[in-house]
Write a protein that binds this ligand. Structure first.
Ligand code: NAD
Length: 446
């Protein structure tokens, strides 16, 4: 069976022969869609102009300092070898080593990896961790791979980029369709190739091999902390506030859990298999057990089945896109009823949609701020690896909360003082660009 991946048509096709073995391969045809990442570069330029910074700051930020592409040969279970395209973008390291996740997804392209690496540079500057921005990925349909194939892709990625990463150079992490298990294989491959135990080369590892407690849930936890602060500004009382979450993976599933722990009613959740609705609130722990067991929301009996797209325009207080980019578009933005949108995913809102939402007075917490909890605890993990001294969960969560709350209010204040009338995204970009520009000046880059 061919797994559906949102935004892509996957067609099974017999295309290659290796030593007499006929291999099947997915032909991936990208559907035309609006671009939410293209706007990031423009926003950086506008911030440079608005803050009257030298134009060379924009020249530094508009593209990665270094970009690498590799063909990764992978032995497949059927005996043949397939070549996958792997990428690593090292965007900017003025504040510290490059840092950013690795995606295993058919939609991974050179352009998307470059765009995401810019977001990481901004995110790290914004939240105040001493890292630059990077991103990586492998164009593959990992949903259809066996665990053994996925392991071979993971090890192949590290073999391709081993000389270009390291705890003081570039520190990858999990992202879409990669997880702690993948990081475990990757760190093992790196240690084997270099002959040194170097857990700080990657973050998001299993706790048993140098990961930090609280890392897995950090993006969602951080997202809920900023949602709580934004809700105060919007006059939303969290007790019984209605929340809908698109995506039930690492970020969406845990976010739904934390919202329900705060007393919110999570009335709808969806994933690639469709959506679920329950007016009284879905029993999130039961749903997460089901997803853990089956991998999908499909088949969970605790709610009414709905189409995934219905969820975005549902009547609710808080909407949390936590799946993919380009989900809130000019087509659905006029119908969105949420009062507050918290972008847990990267790039879920197209520029046109954002304009419409802003005109309609819907408060939006942008991705660079809302989902920076993951990189914050990745930073904690790297600190612990470097020190060889490990913290407890309470310490991790307290430090995360402090940094997220401070970052939210700093950006909100910056927006009121420096870009009155602008969106919170403009404020976030402005604040990050200003920090990056000052570090570049002090390091003598201009
Ligand atoms: P994941 O692979 O664990 O989960 C993705 C979820 O989205 C799955 O439930 C999948 O079924 C669902 N999904 C995919 N396409 C969908 C669609 N069109 N409609 C509805 N559901 C759909 O990925 P994740 O780690 O949870 O990441 C989600 C988003 O958050 C991505 O944009 C990622 O870049 C961003 N992000 C993740 C982290 C992290 O720490 N994992 C940190 C920052 C940002």
């Amino acid at each position: 069976m061919t797994a559906a991946v949102a935004g892509f048509n996957l067609k099974r096709k017999t295309v290659t022969e290796h030593g007499g073995i006929v291999m099947e391969k997915d032909q991936i045809v990208e559907k035309k869609k609006e671009d939410s990442f293209g706007a990031a570069e423009r926003r950086v330029r506008e911030s440079v102009e608005r803050l009257q910074l030298p134009s060379v700051v924009y020249e530094f930020l508009k593209k990665p300092q270094r970009f690498m592409e590799a063909s990764i040969p992978v032995q497949m279970d059927h005996g043949g070898v397939e070549l996958f395209s792997g990428y690593r973008a090292q965007h900017n390291n003025v504040l510290g080593p490059f840092k950013g996740g690795i995606r295993f997804h058919p939609g991974v392209t050179a352009a998307s990896v470059k765009a995401l690496s810019l977001l990481m540079t901004l995110k790290c500057a914004l939240i105040g961790v001493p890292f630059g921005g990077g991103k990586g990925g492998v164009a593959c349909n990992s949903l259809e791979m066996s665990a053994a194939e996925k392991e071979r892709v993971s090890r192949g990625y590290i073999r391709a980029f081993v000389d270009l990463i390291g705890p003081e150079i570039d520190i990858p992490a999990p992202d879409l369709f990669t997880d702690a298990r993948v990081m475990g294989w990757m760190v093992d491959e790196y240690c084997a190739l270099t002959g040194r135990y170097t857990p700080g080369v990657l973050t998001g590892k299993p706790v048993e091999v140098g990961g930090s407690v609280g890392r897995k849930e950090a993006t969602s936890r951080g997202c809920v902390y900023v949602a709580r602060e934004a809700a105060k500004i919007c006059g939303i009382t969290l007790k019984d506030a209605t929340v809908v979450v698109q995506g039930c993976g690492n970020v969406g599933g845990q976010a739904a859990q934390f919202f329900s722990e705060l007393g919110c009613k999570v009335i709808s959740v969806c994933d690639i298999s469709g959506g679920l609705y329950r007016a009284e609130g879905i029993a999130i722990p039961d749903l997460l057990d089901h997803v853990k067991e089956t991998g999908l929301i499909e088949g969970f009996a605790g709610g009414e089945k709905i189409a995934g797209e219905e969820l975005l325009t549902m009547d609710c207080d808080i909407l949390v896109p936590a799946a993919m980019e380009n989900q809130l578009t000019a087509a659905n933005a006029p119908e969105i009823k949420a009062r507050l949108i918290v972008e847990a995913a990267n790039g879920p809102t197209t520029p046109e949609a954002e304009q419409i939402l802003s005109e309609r007075g819907i408060f939006l917490v942008p991705d660079v701020l809302a989902n920076s909890g993951g990189v914050t605890v990745s930073y904690f993990e790297w600190v612990q690896n470097n020190q060889g001294l490990y913290w407890d969960l309470e310490t991790v969560n307290q430090r995360l909360e402090k940094m997220m709350v401070e970052a939210f209010h700093t950006v909100y204040r910056f927006g009121r003082e420096r870009s009155a009338g602008g969106t919170l995204r403009e404020a976030a970009y402005g604040y990050a660009v200003q920090r990056l520009a000052e570090a570049m000046r002090l390091r003598g880059w201009y």
